[in-house]
Write a protein that binds this ligand. Structure first.
Ligand code: FE2
Ligand code: FE2
Length: 174
């Protein structure tokens, strides 16, 4: 189905799936809400972990890359903190909806920044073969979240936050 997606197409598709899952969690009740929330947390974990390990290092290449990526990493750190708070209280708790709405706004804004400012850098710096290889690396990271160690850049990770795991302890293993 999506075997020939390049890395940008793959990540944009995941952004769309994340947005749909936010809507599903907001609309669901009871066990269905908990299930949708777990799927959302898991997808966020695999998506952002793959970006940290595969996409951000590649996007740092070239002038201005560090500033663009550092801003995205800071947004991801805030989302992690919010998710930890949501994990603590659970999807049935009072106040969860407020945190969910905030996480949704932050995440969709973050995704828009990536699509506008970060992903075009990949398109500009790498040829299509490399973009397809990066997609393979993202898929490999997805198969083994959150401990995937796939790297496509010789540059070391620049953020200590990348060592902080995405909170997906409540998500069922697949
Ligand atoms: Fe991201
Ligand atoms: Fe993203």
């Amino acid at each position: 189905m999506t075997g020939r997606e390049d890395v940008i197409e793959l990540l944009v598709r995941q952004h769309r799936e994340i947005r749909e899952l936010f809507d599903e969690v907001a609309a669901a009740k009871g066990a269905a809400r908990t299930d949708a929330y777990h799927r959302l947390v898991r997808l966020l974990a695999v998506h952002e972990t793959a970006e940290e390990q595969v996409v951000h290092p590649a996007a740092r290449e070239g002038e201005g890359g560090d500033a663009v990526v550092d801003a995205r990493v800071a947004e991801e750190r805030r989302a992690k903190e919010l998710l930890v708070s949501m994990d603590k209280i659970g999807p049935d708790a009072e106040g969860f909806d407020t945190l969910l709405a905030q996480l949704r706004d932050d995440t969709l804004s973050h995704a828009a920044h990536e699509e506008r400012e970060e992903f075009p850098r990949l398109r500009a710096h790498y040829d299509q073969d490399r973009l397809l290889a990066l997609a393979g690396a993202v898929r490999a990271a997805k198969r083994s979240p959150p401990r995937a160690r796939t790297r496509v850049s010789s540059r070391p990770p620049r953020t200590s936050s990348s060592a902080r795991r995405w909170p997906c302890s409540t998500a069922p293993a697949t």
